[in-house]
Design a protein around this ligand. Structure first.
Ligand SMILES: [Fe+2]
Length: 295
């Protein structure tokens, strides 16, 4: 029987890849955003002890307005350029997709009444939210991925509607994985508070300029982080409409709600690997190791 072996909140500021200087990325950095990068380093060390087959990721930067889409081509290779930070992220990616698992999750969601579509265009450019989160969790890219789009019901309807959708999608994701033979790592690729600076210092990695945009956002981040790490995940979902609006949170993508639902609203303590700001946005790297399935 397949199962979810790990789940993580895995934010995707391209700055973190830039600061690591991997061979795939063209720009070079001196340093920067170490607390988050060291957090990801510890997450990778923990994940190295857990055998798994596939990474399933939901990214805010693959935005779809009609239904939830899934990558449905076995292999992608191209250049990903961040539209806001082309000076930091010009990344040559090459990745494999676990198409059978993507199709299984797609049809499980469809069975539950969710509008879905498999994305079969071989020239499709994979979004940088998927690429950055997957790189930071598994820089060797030796595992196939399933990439799920962010259906933007929060944008055209409300956060409450988005949450209904994402809880249903999370449950369908879990059911499809358990019906497969895959051991899966889930990633919610998103920041927490998301109000960011609109100018960049001359040296982007000059950390004397880095801090949270405002105290109000910081208070929200600390509240959400504390609830997540202490197992109050159901309360996080309940607070999501206020959090999404007041902290301009990237959780409006539904990635975190989807992850919590797919993990069946974990009540165990999560591992907080790190919290840090990137251009003023709040980011936490948090991991869950699921226990035995509930009866
Ligand atoms: Fe983002």
């Amino acid at each position: 029987m397949g199962r979810i072996v790990y789940g993580a909140l895995a934010p995707h500021p391209p700055h973190l890849v830039y600061a690591e200087n991997p061979p795939q990325n063209e720009p070079r950095a001196e340093c920067g955003w170490e607390t988050l990068r060291w957090g990801y380093e510890r997450l990778r060390a923990d994940l190295a002890k857990i055998p798994y087959d596939t990474i399933v990721v939901l990214s805010p930067h693959w935005q779809t307005y009609v239904g939830t889409h899934f990558l449905g081509v076995e292999h992608f290779r191209s250049l990903s350029v961040d539209p806001v930070f082309p000076n930091l992220f010009r990344y040559h990616y090459e990745l494999d997709v676990d198409v059978p698992l993507a199709e299984a999750i797609c049809s499980a969601a469809s069975d539950d009444g969710i509008v879905t579509k498999m994305m079969r265009n071989p020239d499709f450019r994979v979004d940088y939210g998927t690429i950055v989160a997957c790189h930071l969790v598994n820089p060797s890219w030796d595992k196939p991925i399933v990439s799920i789009s962010s259906q933007r019901s929060a944008a055209f309807y409300s956060v409450e509607v988005m949450q209904e959708h994402m809880v249903a999608l999370g449950r369908a994701t879990r059911r499809a994985i358990e019906a497969s033979d895959r051991r899966v790592v889930l990633l919610a690729s998103e920041s927490l508070s998301h109000r960011h600076f609109v100018t960049e210092p001359p040296v982007p990695e000059d950390m004397s300029h880095e801090h949270v945009t405002n105290h109000h956002q910081y208070l929200w981040d600390m509240k959400i982080v504390e609830m997540l790490r202490s197992g109050h995940t159901r309360q996080v979902v309940e607070q999501m409409p206020e959090f999404a609006e007041q902290a301009v949170s990237e959780a409006d993508s539904g990635a975190l709600t989807w992850l919590i639902a797919a993990l069946d609203f974990p009540t165990s303590r999560a591992e907080l690997y790190g919290y840090g700001t990137v251009i003023g946005t709040g980011n936490a790297v948090i991991g869950w190791t699921p226990g035995e399935p509930r009866p």
